[in-house]
Design a protein around this ligand. Structure first.
Ligand code: GTP
Ligand code: ZN
Length: 353
């Protein structure tokens, strides 16, 4: 039986720098998150000084530890052997790529085989959900005050547990005849929103899946195209007669605000949006659009016209049982600050611009 509550407790622990133990199909690991821990906690967690460091393959590639890796999938787990010089400060430098260009790394470091791959992969996933850097001190065996299983994390992210919580009329700029519908699961803190615009007219609705972008949606950031895309989506849906804007709480393509801002700091150093995610140790895109499919099903709209340049959204909705009868391009003009970002989306993440 998986217990989604354990994952909420584990996320809380990670953010406070407390250890957790994670059990997977091939063994258990005790984990201390490097970003939020400190040397005193490390000494308590690992009195013998034997804990290895768990990183993602993407981060290990950046650190030139890739030679020992079988799989170079960016978000797969890699273990770095404990060496006398791998103290808390050195581990922080392994965890956080923002200092790579300023601080020469100590070393040498060596990647070693990880027996508990299931728990290791789940640990990286847990870090992403919790919004912390995907890097841990690890001990085999899984002893800690708080324990959870890999299945608990799946239950925490289960889109099928999403339900409508409430709905109300909400006139918005550009669409006065609109209704807001709020969704939530018992587990995930972010509430997803649907904005229903206009009245059903027998045709499949024009639907936009908008992933949360605090910097673009609220602050008017020019680094991306999210703000203008949001406004233009509402205008396009209004003009089409009827449709639905899904506002999905997938900040930073699913890595959260803080990690997205770390990716921005790496972009300030010259890396593009794809390489910045990889250097941080995350997949290029961690979003899962099953949640959007579930929302459309709850709204009784299994056939849609989809406003997007991203073929992955079409594919994932289709895989989740939504009939995407048409893809409608959603391209906004570039500005000098987001030109490179848009070019990277076109050239490296398959956006059809
Ligand atoms: N990690 C990361 N996330 C970003 C970055 N810039 C924007 N985002 C996030 O990316 C999401 C928007 O995704 P986009 O790739 O711009 O567009 P899309 O939704 O995939 O595709 P379209 O439907 O064609 O617009 C939002 O969650 C933003 O917060 C970045 O540099 N790094
Ligand atoms: Zn944005």
């Amino acid at each position: 039986m998986s217990d989604a509550r354990q994952t909420a407790l584990a996320i809380d622990a990670l953010r406070r720098g407390w250890p957790v133990a994670l059990t997977g199909a091939d063994g258990a690991l005790a984990l201390l998150p490097i970003e939020t821990a400190d040397p005193v906690r490390l000494a308590a967690f690992d009195p013998a000084g034997s804990a290895a460091v768990l990183l993602s393959a993407g981060r290990a590639l950046t650190l030139k530890l890739a030679n020992q890796l079988a799989a170079a999938v960016p978000d797969s787990p890699v273990l770095v052997e404990r060496a006398p010089w791998l103290d808390f400060a050195a581990a922080t430098a392994l965890a956080d790529p923002q200092l790579d260009l300023q601080t020469p790394l100590k070393g040498p470091f060596r990647a070693i085989p990880l027996a508990e791959t299931d728990a290791g992969a789940a640990a990286l996933r847990l870090a992403r959900i919790g919004g912390v850097l995907p890097a841990f001190f690890v001990l085999p065996g899984g002893r800690a005050d708080l324990t959870l299983s890999v299945g608990d994390i799946g239950a925490h992210e289960d889109a099928e547990r999403l339900a409508i919580a409430t709905r109300a009329r909400l006139p918005v700029h550009g669409a006065e005849d609109a209704e807001i519908v709020a969704f939530r699961t018992p587990e995930m803190p972010g509430e997803h929103i649907a904005l229903l615009i206009g009245a059903p007219n027998g045709r499949p609705p024009l639907v936009r899946l908008h992933s949360e972008c605090l910097t673009g949606d609220v602050l008017g950031s020019l680094k991306c195209d999210c703000g203008p895309q949001l406004d233009a989506a509402i205008a396009a849906i209004q003009a089409s007669g009827w449709g639905i804007l899904l506002y999905l709480r997938q900040e930073g393509r699913g890595i959260g605000l803080i990690n997205k801002l770390r990716a921005y700091a790496l972009q300030d150093q010259g890396f593009d949006t794809v390489d910045a995610n990889t250097r941080l140790g995350f997949a290029v895109d961690s979003r899962n659009f099953r949640v959007a499919a579930r929302m459309l099903m709850l709204l009784a709209q299994p056939r849609v016209r989809l406003l997007t340049n991203n073929p992955e959204k079409v594919a994932q909705l289709a895989a989740a049982g939504i009939d995407v009868v048409e893809r409608v391009p959603h391209f906004l003009p570039a500005n000098p600050h987001n030109e490179r970002y848009l070019a990277t989306k076109r050239d490296r993440t398959g956006h059809q611009l």
